[in-house]
Design a protein around this ligand. Structure first.
Ligand SMILES: C[C@H](O)[C@H](O)[C@H]1CNC2=NC(N)=NC(=O)C2=N1
Length: 101
């Protein structure tokens, strides 16, 4: 899939579709809180499966009761692209089932 860097205005517009996500420097980012460390770890494993499906991978940090993701697209020099938003949407889809908020 050919991907291009998104314009700033496009990024801001798409951010309104994924509440909780924001732009952190040149990366799309979101932190989640869960009810336990094990629940957080399970969420990370599920995210890993999605990332392999998409062949697009965030930096994922597992904390005590937290999971933090930051992502941009290496292949276009670290800009934010539609692929980053696709990953954000896919993670949002599974978050409620893990009790992640
Ligand atoms: C070969 C493979 O498609 C690439 O290395 C993929 C894998 N995962 C990736 N993840 C991210 N975040 N950006 C990329 O450009 C990227 N490229």
């Amino acid at each position: 899939m050919a991907v291009e860097p998104l314009a700033q205005q496009e990024i801001e517009s798409r951010l309104t579709e994924v509440p909780g996500w924001s732009l952190d420097g040149d990366r799309l980012a979101r932190g989640y809180r869960l009810d336990s460390h094990f629940a957080a770890a399970a969420f990370v494993v599920h995210i890993a499966r999605i990332q392999d499906e998409l062949d697009h991978h965030a930096d994922v940090t597992l904390g005590y009761h937290t999971v933090t993701l930051t992502v941009n697209t290496h292949s276009v020099g670290g800009a934010v692209t539609a692929l980053d938003f696709e990953l954000a949407h896919r993670v949002e889809d599974i978050a409620p089932g893990h009790g992640a908020h």
